[in-house]
Write a protein that binds this ligand. Structure first.
Ligand code: SF4
Length: 265
């Protein structure tokens, strides 16, 4: 019998008090809160050096989310953003290939025309320097995207990492996205897993969509499972063991958060 997933009990007690925000109106500013260099600590690009850009605001308010996507919020043009990326490099020459990760908050709540423009400007900037740029967007997958943005994402071969919270928009399951989309589920305690599908039905205190299109069940190397950091060793270890067991049983790929282990931002 399939066990109904439950919201994990946890010792994490700091509840996310940042407001849930609607997607930005067309013509609104593109807003970020931070730009920094680090290693990508999780998912398919794990270990790659990267510039991270955290966009402002989120359309969800996951109770156990500990990401600050509000402080130091500011509107930036594509040109100013490129200046900030260069500044975070401290004058050191970029290597021959580089990764830029847009994370949130929720990236797709930014105005789509402006986001598409930023992506194109970044690509052009790095191409001019002869640098092979990979762009990755981390998203909760719950928002629609415009046709224009969709075209740009595919033209630039932007990698989309969906970490499901709430309901995923099903267009992400369409064949045209197959080569670009990865799923990164955050597993809690063993009780949070749907036994039949082998994925957690909740993430960070919020119900998550426990479904994958049949193609992805076969292409399970595109499905990652990451344990929850409870800031409590016993609970974190139980979460790690639950994720390891689910990966071995179902063929998902396990991902830690090495930036946390290394004390990186
Ligand atoms: S979707 Fe992500 S950034 Fe938004 S509240 Fe949930 S965990 Fe935090």
């Amino acid at each position: 019998m399939t066990k109904t997933p439950t919201t994990p009990t946890t010792s994490l007690s700091i509840l996310n008090s940042q407001p849930a925000e609607r997607p930005a109106e067309p013509g609104a500013d593109f807003e970020i809160v931070d730009v920094w260099e680090t290693l990508q600590g999780e998912g398919p690009m794990l270990g790659r050096p990267a510039t991270f850009i955290r966009t402002a605001g989120c359309n969800l308010q996951c109770p156990l989310c500990d990401t600050d996507y509000t402080t130091n919020r500011r509107a930036v043009s594509a040109e100013v953003l490129i200046e900030e990326i260069e500044k975070s490099r401290n004058g050191v020459k970029f290597p021959a290939n580089w990764l830029i990760v847009f994370t949130g908050g929720e990236v797709f709540r930014q105005p789509h025309m402006q986001l598409a423009y930023v992506l194109c400007k970044l690509q052009a900037h790095f191409t001019k320097k002869d640098i092979d740029l990979t762009i990755q967007i981390e998203t909760n997958g719950s928002l629609e995207i415009s046709e224009h943005l969709s075209t740009i994402l595919r033209a630039l071969e932007v990698l989309i990492i969906i970490s499901p919270k709430g309901r995923i928009k099903t267009f992400w399951y369409d064949p045209e996205w197959r080569e670009l989309v990865y799923f990164k589920y955050i597993g809690g305690q063993v009780s949070s897993y749907d036994e039949k599908i082998g994925l957690p039905g909740s993430a960070l205190g919020r119900l998550a969509a426990v479904s994958l299109p049949s193609g992805y069940a076969v292409m399970n190397n595109r499905v990652f499972l990451q344990p929850t950091d409870y800031h409590n060793e016993a609970e974190s270890e139980a979460s790690r063991q639950a994720a390891v067991a689910a990966c071995i049983k179902n063929g998902w790929r396990y991902t830690p958060q090495i930036h946390k282990q290394l004390g990186l931002k």
